[in-house]
Design a protein around this ligand. Structure first.
Ligand code: B12
Ligand code: SF4
Ligand code: SF4
Length: 305
């Protein structure tokens, strides 16, 4: 019966466009990595990471009776997302993945209900250590850039998680294949990667997306032409070498008005124009002031690192 549930969910997920699926036991031991990371202050001003620590370490607090965690991968475009105004992290060039994936996850929830399961579904939207469970679920390993790396597929993907009360057949973790490579650490413009984890206080992705205060001058000096997010530690990774993508969800591609707007025009957007340009985009979440602060830190593409 539970093998059938696993097959049914794998089939439904592939029909919905997910590229991979693995299952981990919900009670897998996460060790001290996350608590140590927070204790060292590496979460910067993301106080929600601190608040959610007990739930992240104990999925039972998120879904009482949880037995298994299903992790799904969904590809985003690998091509460099270079708008006229500056570079946008590949994942953020099109529509907001939270919304795009929520509908698909609701469909999978229904499938599992049919087998008697209760579920909670997230895609970067809940207190679940998605990379940890992805690695436990045998989908890849956590690289020195802190991201889930999949053999043959690299790291350009979103992770989604389904916590379920069903006891499903699980997968075995795979060994880390970073070997002696340190390219991501060397490529990080701000030195944010050390000892296999990312210090958000130094990370351009944090400063251009999550931060509630202005970017410090010494970090902004390394921003280059990055308008929103940063992919430098993924671009450097040999597992992300250019390769053909069999399917790219068109919702995740950059719309023409965003692709062609110069930074100077973006700097003059008012609230209403900003909302119109970024309707449905994850960039809308940071607000017009933060975007314009990011623009103030841009250096022309030719001179960027
Ligand atoms: C907070 C956060 C950030 C912060 C902090 C980054 C960080 N490294 O944690 C900021 C804003 C900087 C950020 C940036 C980015 N992020 Co982010 N982020 C998250 C979030 C919400 C939580 C991550 C977290 O818990 N960090 C704390 C660290 C300590 O946890 P961790 O690395 O996952 O470690 C756990 C395990 O790996 C394990 N572990 C690690 N080592 C070891 C060793 C042993 C022995 C053991 C037992 C366990 C263990 O323990 C930890 C606790 O469970 C997740 C979504 C989620 N809910 O998980 C997305 C997520 C990790 N981000 C994602 C992405 C895409 C990015 C960016 C690439 C976006 C961009 N282009 O700008 C960058 C990459 C920066 C980087 N190199 O990490 C994706 C990653 C997809 C993938 N293939 O891995 C996620 C999963 C979102 C999603 N659902 O798709 N992010
Ligand atoms: S996202 Fe950019 S700044 Fe952050 S760790 Fe990766 S390379 Fe460094
Ligand atoms: S660049 Fe090298 S060290 Fe970094 S994640 Fe990729 S393989 Fe691992």
């Amino acid at each position: 019966m539970m093998n059938n549930a696993r097959q049914a969910i794998a089939y439904a997920a592939s029909q919905l466009g997910f590229s991979g699926m693995g299952i981990a036991p919900a009670q897998a031991d996460q060790g001290n990595t996350l608590a140590d990371w927070i204790a060292a202050g590496k979460h910067a001003d993301m106080e929600w990471m601190e608040r959610h620590l007990p739930a992240r370490l104990n999925p039972e607090l998120v879904l009482p009776g949880v037995r298994s965690i299903i992790i799904l991968t969904y590809e985003y475009p690998r091509t460099d997302a270079r708008a006229t105004s500056g570079r946008i992290a590949r994942y953020a060039q099109g529509e907001d993945y939270h919304k795009l994936l929520a509908g698909k996850l609701a469909d999978l929830d229904e499938t599992l209900q049919w087998y008697g399961g209760q579920q909670r579904c997230f895609s970067d939207s809940g207190p679940v250590s998605e990379r940890f469970f992805a690695a436990q679920a045998g989908l890849g390993w956590i690289g020195r850039n802190g991201l889930l790396i999949r053999p043959g597929k690299g790291s350009y993907c979103f992770l989604s998680s389904i916590l379920t009360t069903l006891e499903l057949p699980t997968d075995a973790p795979m060994p880390n294949r970073c070997g002696s490579c340190h390219r991501c650490e060397q490529a990080c413009p701000t030195g944010a990667l050390q000892h296999g984890s990312c210090d958000a206080r130094k990370c351009l992705s944090f400063w251009t997306i999550e931060a509630k205060s202005p970017t410090p001058a010494h970090i902004q000096a390394q921003q280059g032409d990055r308008l929103y997010g940063c992919d430098a530690c993924q671009e450097a990774c040999p597992w992300n070498r250019p390769q053909a993508q069999s399917y790219i969800d068109p919702h995740l591609l950059m719309p023409a008005p965003l692709a062609h707007m110069p930074a100077a025009s973006m700097q003059e957007l008012n609230q209403a124009q900003f909302e119109q340009l970024f309707t449905g985009s994850p960039i809308r979440r940071i607000g017009v002031e933060h975007l314009q602060h990011n623009i103030s830190g841009l250096t022309p593409a030719e001179t960027s690192p």
